[in-house]
Design a protein around this ligand. Sequence first.
Ligand code: SF4
Ligand code: SF4
Length: 334
Amino acid sequence: MDAASTASARLRELLIAGGVVAARSGPVAPAHFDAVRASLMVARGDVTSDRFTFRNPSRSANPPGWARWSVAVAVGYPVGEGSGDGLRVAAYARTDTYSSLRDLLSGGVAILREEGIKAAYSIDSNGAFDKAFARRNRLGWVGRNTLVMIPGWGPAVVIGTILTGTPIEIAIGREAGRWPCGSCARCQMACPTGALTGGGEIVPKLCVAWVGQKESLSAGERRALGTRVYGCDECIVACPVGSRRRRPLPTLPPSQITEASPEEVIDRFGHWYIPRRDPRFVYRNALVALANRGRYDRNARQAVVRFLLDEDSRMRREALLAWLALRHHAEAAS
Ligand code: SF4
Ligand code: SF4
């Protein structure tokens, strides 16, 4: 066997042992379409240019000169409706799914380098359009929900890419065939904020996952968060592709956040994107979610009292808003 065939066999073995739901390889080409779309979103003001591929779309669209080949990889995670009356967390963020994928891809890169093949990986970074590799390699379709959907599995995946200097043949999972969306619009109808345009585009600043990371929230944004404390799964749960795999998932007990010290919050939820790693974003979202849940029970009472006494005036304001909302719910119910 030559080095490329040995590397390909070893990489395949690693990816299968790591539980990937799909991986497919193909030649590299610039992602001009994705770069133009990202630039338009920034120009329209749909998204700020401070994150991910929105920072410098044309640079992200052009892989390094040595990269001739790509291996697009998808790792799945369980997803379903939240059960119980706790706080809702996006399914991908319940465990550190991105770290699992990162470990796998970095192991793959190490194997390729051992075989003398130049390689690097990217995940959710500002360095590459991973969706473009997934689409081109026919790993999955990019659906009307703007997510990569894997045949037979659906959109509950995180994706990454290994770039190589030598062609590597990998084919795990079914090749994506005909686009499955057709006239379906379930994701668009399920979206609580109208963030999905229906034309396969998203307005990120409207997406709950983005809203929950904002410094301050309007009344409408507070309502949009619902009982979610981090991220949102509505467009994934609504999708018929892979729906038979969905199961109810338990919600998060509020005390895990509202009774935790700042250090405990970062320790438990450090794999979330928390701006400046400031736990006040997590506390704030928990207070908003408790207010939206509308029950002034022990959890809500303890949270309100704790943060009414907080040294930070912003947290005291959040606690007051939560208390007022809960009192309003109580009066409306009586
Ligand atoms: S994650 Fe939620 S808010 Fe964002 S597009 Fe999907 S359904 Fe809409
Ligand atoms: S819900 Fe329907 S339209 Fe949306 S991504 Fe899934 S199949 Fe496509």
